[in-house]
Design a protein around this ligand. Sequence first.
Ligand code: COA
Length: 389
Amino acid sequence: MKVGIDKMHFASSHLYVDMTELARARGAEPDKYLIGIGQAQMAVIPPSQDIVTLAANAAYPMLTQADIDAIDLLIVGTESGIDNSKASAIYVAHLLGLNRRCRTIEMKEACYAGTAGVQLAQEHVRVHPDKKALVIGADIARYGLNTPGEPTQGGGAVAMLISADPQVLALGTDSTLLSQDVMDFWRPLYRSEALVDGKYSSNIYVDYFQDVFKGYLSGTKTRAEDLTALVFHLPYTKMGLKALRSALPMVSETKQEAWVAHFECARKLNRQVGNLYTGSLYLSLLSQLLTDPELQAGNELGLFSYGSGAEGEFYTGIIQPDYLKGIDLGLPQRLARRRRVDVATYEKCFNQQLAWEATDQTIDYHTDPHRFVLIGQRDEQRQYLDQWA
Ligand code: COA
């Protein structure tokens, strides 16, 4: 039985900052950000969006009533939690109008938790093929203004419906994992910005990729040459390029050229959004599926997921004949229609997030065009609104 990704949809902000402008404001060469980091634009998340609204905005447009009736598992993978106890998924399930008989949980392991969700969901559907699972990776990447990590921020959510007989990608049942205690990136409970040893984390990322990629190839007797393309978790797009380059000596020159060309498509949309932690690998998959003219049904993609701390996984999926029917076809146009804001506005948005304190707060959401918005906090409870209802 085939099980895998049946539908995929993305949501982020309607605002972005141009990386050339940000580089100039920070006294950096624009090419450092554009080429050295590999980012052209960065999503600016307004205070009216958090992981709950991003997740709900990502999932809502792709779900039919039949999907909603069949979903009995919702997993939100995130490292931008909004509560120490209650799962963001409960709010999301409510906003989406999901079935009450639904297992509804939040998962955490840095940028890896979305993949953990996908794998648990596919196992769930293999046991219950008449059911569907909704997996959403939703995050806001925050390192702080004027920090080395600043050009690798961003935010957004990718929602994936996992089902039997999927339209988009049939997932393999084999995968190779690696998890070890590594202090490359973490965020203590008292901080809203991550702490990172940037160079170290980039090196660990490539080491993990090499380990699980080679482990997968030898463990499953797969030839690297047979994989059409490699899709990476992209905290910034140069990161994936570094990992890809580390794999090129394993294949022929023709395959090397093909992998590099495919990678340019896989990073196209991530270059315009920035990091979205748990969703980054899956935005890259969307980018591959939406912008790569050389892809065909039957092609096998290798997927590398990485979460600092650190956990990595390599697995594969086969593109299905109807894949264009299951993906977010309007995404490139939506990104092109976003409003560019100046650096001062980006900084204001960065500092205007709902404060982590007990006071009642209101958020001006009237210029946010998304269906689901965060409108404030009352009696220490976050207030969400479906402003199109
Ligand atoms: N033109 C082209 N490239 C340039 C350049 C220019 N004018 N100036 C610098 N560069 C290149 C550098 O050579 C470097 O490339 P390399 O990584 O291939 O060596 C790159 O731009 C970044 O420059 P660097 O000086 O290393 O940047 P930095 O010290 O400011 O930090 C990160 C870069 C990525 C480490 C930092 O943004 C970070 O910590 N990000 C978060 C961590 C992260 O995402 N980790 C990934 C694992 S999940």
